[in-house]
Design a protein around this ligand. Structure first.
Ligand code: GAL
Length: 374
């Protein structure tokens, strides 16, 4: 009898231990690290750009599937104060890990000091958070490569390597000055294009080639459109129809992403450009609107950054942090936030245009064909 009781007790304790272990490993999740009692606070910039809605949906789905609780918040219309107060609230509510895509990467120093004081690990998501030692890890795409993909596309499209005397006109658009990524996107593109500006093979008639001159506040398409409209008016760019109207040709517009490309596209359509006369326009994100613009001949390329992969990387990082195992990173040198070099996991961005968009976006289930064709 006593023996049996002991057996039952041992079995009960073993079962309880197993349950605890299962809970610590995320229960029915994809294994390892997750915990039903673990809450991830996710703070993203805005719902007004398609990109962040997708990122939010992907992360929520994948974190929940792995057994985590998720507190997902958006910073209104890219409102820095809203983002800060949301992060403050997450800290007071006791989230276990913070995943943050900063609206302004230079504004979170104070709030993240509080996160650090509360021992909350912080993962900078997509955009590096600057001037703080509280960022534990960074997960993003190879943003320099995004820029070189765009620059190399234009180099090939305009055949810049050729020895001909032909000179091409180009204008530049990048994103929000508070987004550290713009230095990588713009820097990568300029690495390819600057030599041609220097040699005179490319000319920028507005003279606006400095990153802060070509920045677009909030990455807002309307701001890019307004600046392109100004350039059209001041430089006199126009479609080169054979109608006897004298205007200045515009051969390329280097846009760091799709939302800026969309604004530029609107301005050019308004000025009478059509598929036959559009300049080469670059982009990034494969937004639905931009895929449609590529199909219409209004945007030349985009860069596909599979947000499902980024979400999966972040979930893997969080599992490792929570489980105390080695956090998957593959870059320990490139991302210095002015305080420390943040250990980073980089994913690979992929060139996209009308030739491969279907394989990249439809065949992989990223979009349905209906979403593109409306
Ligand atoms: C960047 C991001 C891009 C683009 C842009 C505007 O930080 O890496 O993919 O979407 O913000 O939201």
């Amino acid at each position: 009898m006593k023996k049996n009781l002991r057996k039952i007790l041992v079995a009960a304790v073993a079962a309880a231990m197993l349950l605890t272990l299962v809970a610590a490993c995320g229960g029915g999740g994809t294994g390892g690290g997750g915990s039903s009692g673990t809450t991830i606070g996710i703070s993203l910039p805005t719902m007004s750009l398609q990109r962040w809605v997708q990122d939010g949906d992907n992360m929520k789905e994948q974190f929940e599937a792995a057994g985590f609780n998720v507190d997902l918040q958006y910073g209104g219309e890219n409102d820095v104060a809203t983002q800060i107060s949301q992060i403050e609230n997450m800290i007071s509510a006791g989230v276990d890990v913070l995943v943050i895509c900063a609206i302004d990467g230079f504004s979170l120093t104070e709030v993240l000091a509080t996160a650090k004081a509360n021992n909350i690990p912080v993962i900078a998501y997509d955009r590096l958070i600057m001037n703080t030692d509280a960022v534990t890890y960074y997960a993003t795409f190879d943003n320099w490569k995004v820029g070189t993909l765009q620059g190399t596309f234009l180099e090939n499209a305009l055949n810049l390597k050729s020895q001909s005397d032909e000179v091409f006109n180009i204008e530049f658009f990048t994103g929000d000055p508070g987004d550290n990524n713009i230095h990588f996107f713009f820097g990568g593109a300029m690495e390819v294009l600057q030599p041609y500006l220097d040699s005179g093979k490319l000319q920028c008639l507005s003279g606006q080639t400095d990153i802060m001159q070509v920045a677009t506040v909030d990455w807002n398409p309307a701001n890019a459109q307004a600046r392109m409209e100004n350039l059209i008016a001041s430089v006199g760019y126009g479609p080169q129809h054979d109608l006897g109207i004298i205007s200045t040709p515009l051969n390329a517009v280097m846009c760091s992403n799709d939302s800026t490309a969309q604004g530029v596209t609107q301005a050019l359509l308004g000025a009478g450009f059509d598929a036959d006369t559009f300049p080469y326009i670059t982009g990034q994100d494969c937004d639905i609107v931009s895929v449609r613009n590529m199909l219409a001949g209004h945007q030349s390329m985009s860069v596909f950054k599979d947000t499902r992969t980024l979400a999966a990387n972040v979930v893997a990082m969080v599992k490792a942090i929570v489980g105390g195992t080695t956090v998957p990173i593959n870059d320990t040198t490139s991302y210095d936030n002015n305080v420390h070099v943040v250990p980073t996991h980089l994913s690979d961005p992929v060139f996209a245009d009308i030739n491969n968009w279907e394989a990249l976006l439809i065949d992989t289930g990223y979009y349905t064909m209906d979403q593109i064709t409306g």
